[in-house]
Design a protein around this ligand. Structure first.
Ligand SMILES: [Zn+2]
Length: 171
């Protein structure tokens, strides 16, 4: 709590909450119209829901890579969800993504929290690629090194987005 807050502060906070609710409704309405900037609006709405992290890292799943540490052996695992495939792998800067394992997408009924909200919203709006990507991101991956299976999003609240692998090695 702020020590300096009088009742003026409470009024301000109440005003903010109202403004946020209005903003959320505005975004929601815009989203339902399936705009060209669907993903941008979607991410804004995720941020308004308080999930700034997912708002920041969520891609369009055309060529997305996430970078996580295996919770069991700590090896760096690259998660690909997009046109390149949907797999976990060890990234080798010369060879590319090696030792690939297929991801195990979550079935919609086991999703919860923000993952469920994002998936349901994308499905509602007919955003098939987005919905499918979210199901993979909130699903499971197998570690290429120790073969343990872990939850990508749940085990890694700080999952980070990687730039795409270089297409070739400069000579
Ligand atoms: Zn491992």
């Amino acid at each position: 709590m702020r020590a300096a807050g009088g009742h003026g502060c409470d009024d301000l906070l109440a005003g903010c909450a109202e403004a946020i609710a209005e903003f959320r409704e505005l975004l929601e309405r815009h989203l339902r119209s399936r705009p060209d900037d669907y993903l941008t609006t979607f991410r804004d709405l995720v941020a308004v829901e308080g999930h700034y992290h997912w708002s920041a890292v969520l891609g369009d799943f055309s060529d997305d890579f996430y970078h996580v540490a295996c919770p069991h052996c700590a090896v760096e695992v690259t998660i690909a969800i997009g046109g390149y495939g949907r797999y976990s792998a060890i990234r080798d800067w010369n060879l590319g993504d090696v030792d690939r394992r297929d991801l195990r997408p979550a079935s919609p009924e086991v999703l919860s929290g923000i993952g469920r909200w994002m998936h349901e919203t994308a499905v509602r709006d007919g955003e098939v690629v987005l919905a499918d990507g979210i199901a993979h991101l909130f699903g499971q991956a197998e570690c290429p090194r120790c073969a343990s299976v872990f939850n990508i999003a749940d085990d890694h609240p700080a999952v980070t987005l990687l730039p795409p692998a270089p297409a070739h090695t400069p000579r």
